[in-house]
Design a binder for this molecule. Structure first.
Ligand SMILES: [Mg+2]
Length: 399
């Protein structure tokens, strides 16, 4: 029997579920048979995760010899349970399981399908976390579920010319492609808010960054990398988003969703990061800092497209424009579908509408202000309450 005592062992077992899920997704997607032996590693992983000792309702893992960390593994355990059920039962029974988990499931699915049926989309561009993937507190273990990959791939294949996952997370090196289990070429993966992507031939393509700016970003990355090697700050690289080097942007966690770090320690760390930025960018020319409360997003500025010479940070709307041009998506002919779950996804809407008025959107949110903003920006918008509802709508549209 294997036991999971350390955070490292936990990440290892989660990463193993990715290969298992990838094989099962492909077999299920192609309607090919699979056996109990294929599913067994997922059952073992679930067993191991359930056995991790608990304290205050959270799982307790060792960081090193001295320190332990409490983690909420709702995503990892919940998604394993769903996958095992999905792979062992028929789909109507799986939908019943989802309906038991989420209020208004059947109603929201029916409404969404009704509004989007019989449309073939030129481009489907969607955020990942919290939109088409259930939210997980730790990026590195948010492995995509097999059912999720099957549903999304069916939609991508039947109802779109091009399907793109556009995330603010890095593309690889514990990035988007390391967490995805969908069949090859079902999706184009774009990371760093669309500043970089892999094309269908597997080639990395990037939004150009001036050498001077890249040098400054490299300097910042080196300093942050050294900072989190200090024992006192190590924890910030292990919680939540950790330290992520993206193209044109770096993210460092100062807190996670379950507030593992005492707030004064978290704010002190934020001040240290601010002082590093001040040191390398004293005139505030190169970086914009966004504090999400959990992560510090350190974003390289770009020139504004309106020739005002003003500097702005690169947003997902800029990402959509870059991808449309670079991948020749022909969004101008429409219709296009844009999906998101937070304010940072909203800039994709005007960017798409600017190319073709024929834009549909689905946002996954319970936030009234965001619902209002989405409805005011895009007239064909649908609001749902859970990622599972959105992926079921997309699956049903492909049937
Ligand atoms: Mg999101």
């Amino acid at each position: 029997m294997r036991s999971i005592d350390t955070l490292e062992q936990f990440y290892e077992i989660m990463s193993e579920t990715r290969s298992t899920r990838r094989v099962l997704t492909c077999l299920h997607f192609r309607n090919e048979p699979y056996s109990d032996a294929h599913i067994a590693p997922l059952k073992e992983a679930l067993l191991y995760l359930n056995r991790i000792p608990e304290a205050n309702g959270q799982k307790c893992l060792k960081l090193d010899d001295k320190k332990t960390i409490l983690l909420d593994l709702t995503y990892e355990i919940g998604e394993l349970k769903k996958d095992i059920f999905f792979l062992e039962h028929n789909e109507p029974d799986f939908f019943k399981m989802l309906a038991d988990l989420h209020d208004n499931f059947a109603k929201e699915v029916a409404e969404g399908v009704n509004k989007l049926k019989d449309i073939h989309f030129k481009a489907f561009i969607t955020d990942r976390d919290g939109t088409v993937n259930n939210y997980c507190g730790r990026y590195a273990s948010s492995i995509q579920s097999a059912y999720n990959a099957v549903f999304l791939s069916r939609f991508a294949q039947c109802c779109t010319d091009n399907s793109i996952i556009l995330t603010s997370a890095p593309l690889d090196n514990i990035g988007l492609v390391d967490l995805s289990v969908s069949p090859k070429n079902a999706f184009i993966f774009a990371g760093s808010k669309g500043r970089e992507y892999f094309n269908k031939e597997g080639k990395r393509c990037q939004f150009p960054i001036a050498q001077e700016k890249q040098n400054i970003l490299n300097m910042l990355n080196e300093k942050l990398g050294n900072l989190v090697k200090e024992p006192k700050y190590l924890q910030f690289s292990l919680i939540g988003s950790g330290l992520q080097y993206k193209f044109g942007q770096t993210t460092i966690a100062r807190q996670d969703i379950t507030k593992t770090i005492p707030e004064d320690e978290s704010l002190a760390f934020k001040a240290i990061v601010a002082s590093i930025i001040k040191e390398i960018d004293p005139e505030n020319k190169f970086f914009r800092t966004e504090d999400t409360g959990k992560d510090l997003e350190l974003i390289l500025t770009i020139e504004n497209s309106d020739d005002s010479q003003e500097l702005k940070d690169f947003d997902k709307g800029d990402g959509v424009t870059f991808l449309n041009n670079d991948l020749k998506l022909e969004m101008e002919t429409g219709p296009n579908l844009i999906c998101g779950d937070t304010n940072s996804d909203v800039p994709m809407l005007p960017s798409a509408i600017e190319k073709s008025k024929d834009v549909y959107s689905v946002f996954v949110t319970k936030d009234d202000a965001l619902k209002e903003k989405v409805r005011n920006t895009c007239k064909n918008s649908i609001i749902v309450s859970e990622p599972d509802i959105l992926v079921t709508i997309l699956n049903n549209l492909a049937q």
